[in-house]
Ligand binder design. Structure first.
Ligand SMILES: [Zn+2]
Length: 410
């Protein structure tokens, strides 16, 4: 179920240094049913390596994608605010790149919520999504979806059957893909000559600026920045011509790439590469310092939680996102510290967090059992959560933000 890569997925070289050790951990979305709590869970190494050649930060222990993604628990349309984000995204793409009847493909289209915006405006759309349970939901929305993993082979079949795509989108999925060479060959096979590949991914810089190391879990195989991505695209006759930095899931990059020479390259591409170099993302020492900060942050949070427990205070988790499980498992925060984790996604309610077995409950339950403190595992929705929980805070309830060099209590 786990394979060990020996070559870098971008540059194919073999010189690495391991700089962050967070595991072994169970897969972050492997939530458990009550009857499975006594069974033995699978734990895999969760270590991050630095490639000395192209400087990609990456996992080398690869859990089988069949195990991770075939029955996926994350429904895009269930997330608050995400619909606005996608609407603006779709409108931007339509205005900038599309003509009537153009063909729009999305890799990992989830339940089709983004493609729906394109379909409503009469573009040809096709989703590719390996999670069979989620494909069923997309079918109900009327979004044609192929229940497979994207690959060069599939890209060729699609190009033959439907024609070439003007737009291929891949939101929060490139980092999930192990074989980047196959991905790029697939893009070349499916993109029209003036087509645009748009990927959205968490930006590695964010991990350094905000210590968001909890984006490391088995699904995220690469921690992306513009320099290594440029290296990759260049190997395949592709190039990045524009980038937007977007405040979603922490700080993300939306990267626009196309076939070489077909698009004007915007100054922001060079500017971000320069920024990455000035942040020393090409130096191993930078990554080692990051690991040190993570371990210091862990000591601070654990000291605080233990202090509150000693004072007889109650603590619960706010949100049960995948990334929260990285923190819970690495810090060993179990039911001795958190009574439950409140989660509004129905697909997770009634389950237990992998490895740490904290019950995931609906917001109604939490209203009856309000704790003194919430550990805000879903910190990426911090603003919205603080706003929503004004009453709780007025009564003296507090939120603990788990990531950062200093632990915030709000
Ligand atoms: Zn490399």
């Amino acid at each position: 179920m786990v394979k060990k890569n020996t070559k870098c997925r971008i540059c194919s070289r073999r010189k690495f240094t391991k700089f962050l050790i967070l595991g072994p951990q169970p897969p972050a979305n492997a939530f458990l049913r009550k009857k499975d709590l006594k069974k033995r869970e699978k734990f895999y190494p969760l270590d991050v390596y630095f490639c000395h050649t192209c400087n990609l930060a990456q996992l080398l222990d690869i859990v089988s994608k069949e195990e991770l993604f075939r029955n996926y628990i994350y429904f895009t349309s269930g997330m608050p605010k995400i619909s606005d984000h996608f609407k603006n995204y779709a409108l931007h793409v339509i205005k900038k790149f599309l003509k009537p009847n153009d063909f729009v493909v999305e890799i990992a289209s989830n339940d089709g919520v983004l493609l729906e915006f394109f379909k409503k405006r009469r573009f040809k759309t096709l989703g590719i999504e390996p999670a069979l349970n989620i494909v069923k939901v997309a079918g109900k929305l009327g979004i044609e979806t192929i229940p497979k993993f994207f690959s060069e082979r599939l890209a060729k079949q699609i190009a033959k059957k439907y024609g070439k795509a003007k737009i291929i989108m891949a939101n929060n999925v490139v980092a999930h893909i192990d074989d980047h060479q196959d991905l790029c060959r697939g893009l070349n096979a499916l993109l029209s000559e003036d087509g645009v590949f748009i990927l959205e991914a968490p930006y590695l810089i964010d991990m350094f600026e905000n210590l968001t190391f909890d984006t490391v879990y088995h699904e995220h195989l690469s921690f992306l920045a513009i320099r290594p991505l440029s290296y990759l695209f260049n190997l395949h006759g592709l190039e990045i011509f524009d980038v937007q930095v977007v405040p979603v899931q922490g700080m993300s990059i939306r990267v626009f790439a196309g076939k070489k020479g077909r698009h004007n390259i915007k100054p922001i591409v060079k500017k971000l590469i320069k920024k990455e170099l000035s942040c020393k993302l090409d130096k191993l020492g930078t990554y080692k310092k990051l690991a040190l900060r993570v371990s210091e942050s862990k000591s601070k949070l654990m000291a605080l939680l233990k202090k509150f427990k000693k004072q007889g205070r109650t603590i619960a988790g706010y949100g049960a996102p995948a990334k929260g499980n990285t923190i819970l498992n690495y810090y060993k925060i179990g039911t001795d510290i958190l009574d439950f984790a409140i989660e509004h996604l129905p697909s997770k309610q009634g389950l237990y967090t992998p490895g740490t077995h904290i019950p995931v409950v609906p917001p109604d339950y939490a209203k009856q059992h309000e704790p003194d403190y919430y550990l805000m595992l879903a910190w990426n929705y911090k603003k919205a959560i603080l706003e929503k929980e004004k009453k709780f805070r007025k009564k003296g309830g507090k939120f603990i933000i788990p990531v950062g060099d200093e632990i915030e209590v709000l």
